[in-house]
Design a protein around this ligand. Structure first.
Ligand SMILES: NC(=O)c1ccc[n+]([C@@H]2O[C@H](COP(=O)([O-])OP(=O)(O)OC[C@H]3O[C@@H](n4cnc5c(N)ncnc54)[C@H](O)[C@@H]3O)[C@@H](O)[C@H]2O)c1
Length: 356
C-alpha cells in the first residue's frame, strides 16, 4: 500500500521495486502536503526536460504544436517540474505571509534563498524557519526598502558579491490602503505604486543583465486578481497591480524579441489570502485562501514555467468573461454579489499587527 508517511524509496520497495505504477507514484505525491519532484531515473525518456529542450530548440515548428506540446501537457504536472536545486532565489517581502511560504518551498526544492524586507524581525523569523527545515541550503536576509532605487541596486550587488548572481526573482512585497480615493493621502498612493509596481523596474533591472547573458533565469511577479479587475476602495491597489501585470507582460515580449527564451516569467493573480494583509475583507462566495495553498499553486506554476497563475482557477474564467460580456453585466454581477460592501470592514495589516 502506498503510504504518504514513508519516503519514496520505501514506498517503491513496499510496492515491489520498480513495478510501482505511474498512478501510484502520483497518488504518493499528492499524499504529501507539497508536490515532489520525481527522481530522474524513473522518468526516463518521458522526462519533461527532454521534451522541453526539443520544444525550445524550435518553438514554432509544426512538430511542436502537434507532437511535443500535447505530449508535454499530457504528463502529470509533477513530471513537468523543472529543477531549482542550487539556484539562487531572491524574494522581496520575504519577512511574512506569502513571501515566507514561498521561501520555505523553494528551499525544500533545494534552492538557496535570499529574502528582502523592511521588517527585520520578520526576516529573522523567515531565515530561522527555512534554516531549521533545510540546513543544507544557503539562506540569508537583507533589510532593503524596495522603494529606494539605489538601495535596490546596491543590495542586489551585495547579494551577488556575498552569494552569487540571482537565478529566480520573486517580486512579492506589497502594500494596500483599502480606502476610497478621496480618503487616501497622496503620499500613500505614491507608496502603493512604488512598492507594488515601480520597485519591479529596479529589482528586474538589477538582475536581468546576468539572466540575459546566461539566457537563463525566472522573473516572478506576485500581482493579484485585483490586477485584472477593479474594486471599490482599491483604486491605488488595483491600478498598481494592473501596472505590475502590464510591466511583466511587456517585458516578456521584449525577452522573446531578444531571443532570450531561456529567461522565463510568471505573473501570479491570487484572490484574497489569509495573511492579514486583507484583514476585514468580506468574502461572501469564495472563501479567503490559505497562504500554504496559494504558495503550492505558485510553486507548481513557476516550476512548470507557466506564464500566468490565477488562484483559484475560476479566475481564468472570470477574466475571460470580462472580455466578452457587456460592461453593464459586470456591474450587475458586482452588485448582486455584494461587491460594494466587500471592503467596508477592511482593517488590513497595519491595524491588525498580524504577522504570519
Ligand atoms: N493577502 C492577500 O489577500 C493578497 C491577495 C492577492 C495578492 N496579494 C499580494 O501578495 C503579495 C504578498 O502579500 P502578503 O499577503 O504576503 O502580505 P504581507 O503583508 O504578509 O507581506 C508583504 C511584505 O512586503 C513587505 N514590504 C512592504 N513594503 C516594503 C518595502 N518598501 N520594501 C520591502 N518590503 C516591503 C512587508 O514588510 C511584508 O513583509 C503582495 O504583493 C500582495 O499584494 C496578497
Amino acid at each position: 500500500m502506498l503510504n504518504g508517511e514513508n519516503t519514496l524509496s520505501e514506498n517503491i520497495a513496499d510496492n515491489g521495486g520498480l513495478r510501482v505504477s505511474y498512478r501510484a507514484l502520483e497518488a504518493y505525491m499528492w499524499t504529501h502536503d507539497e508536490p515532489q519532484r520525481l527522481p530522474h531515473e524513473l522518468c526516463g525518456f518521458w522526462r519533461s526536460e527532454a521534451l522541453k529542450s526539443q520544444m525550445e530548440s524550435n518553438p514554432y515548428s509544426p512538430a511542436n504544436y502537434w507532437v511535443n506540446v500535447p505530449l508535454y501537457y499530457l504528463q502529470s504536472v509533477h513530471l513537468r517540474f523543472k529543477s531549482v536545486k542550487d539556484k539562487l532565489v531572491l524574494i522581496t517581502g520575504g519577512g511574512s505571509g506569502l513571501g515566507r511560504a514561498l521561501a520555505i518551498r523553494f528551499a525544500k526544492q533545494g534552492a538557496n534563498v535570499i529574502v528582502w524586507d523592511i521588517n527585520k524581525s520578520g526576516l529573522n523569523e523567515t531565515v530561522e524557519l527555512v534554516r531549521a527545515a533545510n540546513p543544507e541550503v544557503i539562506v540569508g536576509s537583507y533589510e532593503c526598502d524596495i522603494t529606494e532605487r539605489h538601495l535596490v541596486y546596491e543590495t542586489a550587488a551585495k547579494v551577488k558579491r556575498d552569494v552569487s548572481a540571482i537565478d529566480i526573482l520573486v517580486n512579492n512585497a506589497g502594500v494596500v490602503n483599502g480606502k476610497n480615493l478621496m480618503d487616501i493621502p497622496d503620499e500613500k498612493i505614491i507608496q502603493t505604486f512604488q512598492v507594488n509596481a515601480i520597485s519591479h523596474f529596479w529589482t528586474v533591472k538589477a538582475v536581468l543583465p546576468d539572466m540575459m547573458a546566461a539566457n537563463s533565469g525566472h522573473l516572478v511577479s506576485i500581482a493579484s486578481a485585483a490586477g485584472t479587475t477593479g474594486l471599490c476602495q482599491l483604486t491605488d491597489y488595483c491600478a498598481s497591480k494592473f501596472a505590475a501585470v502590464g510591466f511583466e507582460e511587456s517585458l516578456r515580449y521584449e525577452l522573446i524579441n531578444a531571443n532570450k527564451l531561456g529567461v522565463k516569467s510568471t505573473v501570479v493573480l491570487p484572490y484574497v489570502i489569509n495573511t492579514g494583509m486583507f484583514a476585514g475583507f468580506k468574502s461572501p462566495i469564495l472563501s479567503a485562501l490559505e497562504p500554504d495553498y496559494v504558495a503550492d499553486q505558485i510553486m507548481a506554476g513557476v516550476l512548470t514555467d507557466a506564464e500566468y497563475v490565477a488562484v483559484p482557477r475560476i479566475f481564468y474564467i472570470i477574466n475571460t468573461l470580462k472580455t466578452i460580456l457587456p460592461v453593464k453585466a459586470f456591474y450587475k454581477a458586482y452588485e448582486v454579489l455584494g461587491g460594494y460592501h466587500w471592503m467596508e470592514d477592511f482593517v488590513g495589516r497595519e491595524r491588525t499587527n498580524h504577522n504570519n
